[in-house]
Design a protein. Structure first.
Length: 178
């Protein structure tokens, strides 16, 4: 399937990441063969809500997470362009599986054509869980301030190059009150 021209331009940015060598990485990697830690969706209930902030290249981005239903939290990610247009989205499932958590997602272009093949998805297994933080293999979701859940969200993904894309969000309801 052919990707749109904007994705061809965005690909080098995705691979370049936003982390300098001196900055500590937000993401962690699971050790090969190590079983994932025990965890439940109740430990990530701080994620529920609507979050808006800065995404790739400083353009607006948004994440939304619904409360758990049947052992799954459903989320969406929207990456916008500088003019507010939708560049791409992700449909995300955060699920209880085997006594731990796993995050699965699919990417979609603005016209709803998928990046992955029909039955394929990107899977991140849990590497560590802490109060107000879930560290998946190459992907982090954490509170901006663990002492203040719900006041900010940090999401980070490690690219194949080893660099990271880091997204910082505020809750949408707080933005409306400002």
């Amino acid at each position: 399937m052919m990707k749109p021209a904007w994705l061809t331009v965005l690909a080098p940015l995705l691979m370049a990441g936003t982390t300098c060598a001196e900055e500590p990485l937000e993401t962690r990697l699971a050790l090969e063969g190590e079983p994932p830690p025990a965890a439940t969706l109740a430990q990530v209930d701080w994620l529920v809500g609507q979050w808006k902030g800065t995404g790739i290249g400083g353009a607006p981005a948004q994440e939304n997470w619904l409360p758990p239903a049947g052992g799954t939290m459903v989320g969406t990610f929207v990456q916008q362009g500088e003019n507010g247009e939708v560049r791409f989205t992700e449909h995300v499932y955060l699920m209880e599986e085997g006594g731990s958590l796993v995050l699965r997602l699919k990417h979609f272009n603005a016209d709803l054509t998928g990046w992955e093949e029909k039955d394929d998805m990107v899977t991140f297994r849990l590497a560590a869980i802490e109060p107000c933080a879930a560290f998946f293999h190459g992907l982090t979701l954490r509170c901006a301030d663990p002492a203040k859940p719900g006041e900010g969200l940090v999401a980070a993904v490690r690219m194949k190059s080893g660099e990271e894309l880091v997204f910082r969000y505020d809750p949408i309801d707080r933005q409306l009150a400002d």
